[in-house]
Design a protein around this ligand. Structure first.
Ligand code: CA
Length: 407
């Protein structure tokens, strides 16, 4: 998930912004978000709630006295990227030669430690390092915002108040428990440490692997790697299996079978003619997989295994899951994607909004038009494509927009 004062354009920062837009906005607030309540009264109520949870007055004083909403946090939260992220634009930022080289170096440097973590949690080193590279550029950027201040700001603001209040109370509890100081720093949305854990993830999954009594996700690599591995393991990581792979679909493949909702045993995909990207036969593994077309039917195709779905528990973004998987592959010497990423021009929010309105007008249900091609919109696109005999990939390409929106 999960960064940024002067709006540094680090990859982690931009990727984090992408993640944030995926957090649910309270439905009741989606249309009309009123102004936040008066701050002093709101703060008194928050303190009372925290106190009821058993957080000490001394901690509340230390953590909350003098804290005020941070304007920059609101600006960053309100920032709406003009264009959608596409597989091509995302990979350009996430999968760089520099990052691949650094990841390989880190795998060598920390080989013994990563092997110990692998043995205990079953998560392969290449994945732990791929998450690390994407989340904080291998620990170089873990965020500069005071986490308490950022979370106070976002829970006082009303757009995602419920989610951020839960995070704020969790961080206050952790401060109360002596896990980190009241001035702990993180992303503008409260994600912390080398793997950018939000407070509830830290609370539930962080591990003291070096045995010094602290769960230190900033300075202790044993704690950092073990915590990420523990989180993945407990989110269903399929031990020692990979994430998926790029594949080649046969001519005439039924595009309606693509998407995360359709899962079939690998064997069945093989019978349907799905091959490795290089044309070779799929491995014979007893696992279920989905076929994904993240850039539409003209772009690369992937088989997504269980670990792809586990990566999406960490961060509910298909592009993120593909980036983690592909980066991990590149660390171990696998090549670039075989298929070209074509027809991948980003759409503007305005274009998507217009498409959503026209889909609705034509009797399809894209959800509340919001300028983002979320799951409902993609479903509506598929339904539209089926109705006019187009390959039903659910992908909002420019060509599709032209078909939906009358001139
Ligand atoms: Ca420790």
């Amino acid at each position: 998930m999960t960064d940024i004062r002067k709006f540094r354009s680090t990859t982690a920062a931009t990727l984090l912004g992408a993640v944030l837009t995926l957090l649910p906005i309270d439905p009741s607030m989606a249309k009309t978000v009123g102004p936040p309540p008066p701050f002093a009264g709101w703060m008194a109520e928050l303190r009372a709630d925290a106190s009821k949870m058993g957080i000490s007055e001394a901690t509340l004083k230390r953590a909350l006295d003098g804290v005020k909403p941070i304007k920059r946090v609101i600006e960053l939260d309100r920032r709406q990227p003009e264009f959608t992220l596409t597989l091509g634009s995302y990979f350009k930022r996430a999968i760089t030669e520099k990052r691949i080289a650094k990841g390989r170096e880190m795998l060598k440097t920390h080989r013994a430690l990563l092997a110990r973590v692998h043995k205990k949690y079953g998560v392969q080193p290449r994945f732990l390092v791929a998450f690390w590279g994407l989340e904080s550029n291998f620990g170089q950027y873990t965020g500069v915002f005071p986490v308490v201040g950022a979370l106070v700001t976002l829970s006082h603001d009303r757009r995602r108040a419920r989610f951020f209040r839960q995070q704020l109370l969790a961080v206050l509890q952790l401060i109360d428990g002596g896990h980190f100081p009241a001035g702990v720093k993180g992303s503008w949305a409260g994600a912390m440490g080398n793997h950018q854990f939000i407070p509830t993830t830290y609370r539930d999954f962080a591990i003291d692997f070096d045995g010094d009594g602290k769960r230190d996700l900033w300075n202790s690599l044993p704690d950092i790697f073990a915590s990420a591995a523990n989180y993945l393991s407990r989110s269903g990581w399929d031990i020692d299996r990979t994430w998926g792979r790029e594949v080649k679909l046969p001519k005439g493949f039924n595009i309606a079978l693509t998407g995360e909702d359709t899962r079939k045993p690998l064997e069945e995909w093989r019978k349907l003619g799905v091959r490795r990207a290089d044309g070779g036969v799929l491995p014979s593994l007893d696992i279920d997989a989905s076929v994904m077309l993240p850039a539409g039917f003209q772009g690369p195709a992937f088989l997504a295994y269980r670990n792809y779905r586990t990566i999406m528990i960490w961060n509910r973004s298909h592009l993120y899951a593909l980036a983690v998987g592909h980066l991990a592959d590149r660390f171990t010497g696998k090549g670039r994607l075989v298929a070209k990423i074509a027809g991948d021009q980003p759409l503007s929010r305005a274009q998507i909004l217009e498409m959503q309105r026209h889909l609705a007008r034509r009797g399809f249900d894209p959800g509340v038009p919001d300028g983002r091609a979320g799951p409902k919109t993609r479903k509506a696109i598929r339904d539209f494509q089926k109705s006019v005999g187009l390959p039903a990939d659910g992908y909002p390409s420019r060509r599709l927009v032209k078909r939906v929106v009358p001139k």
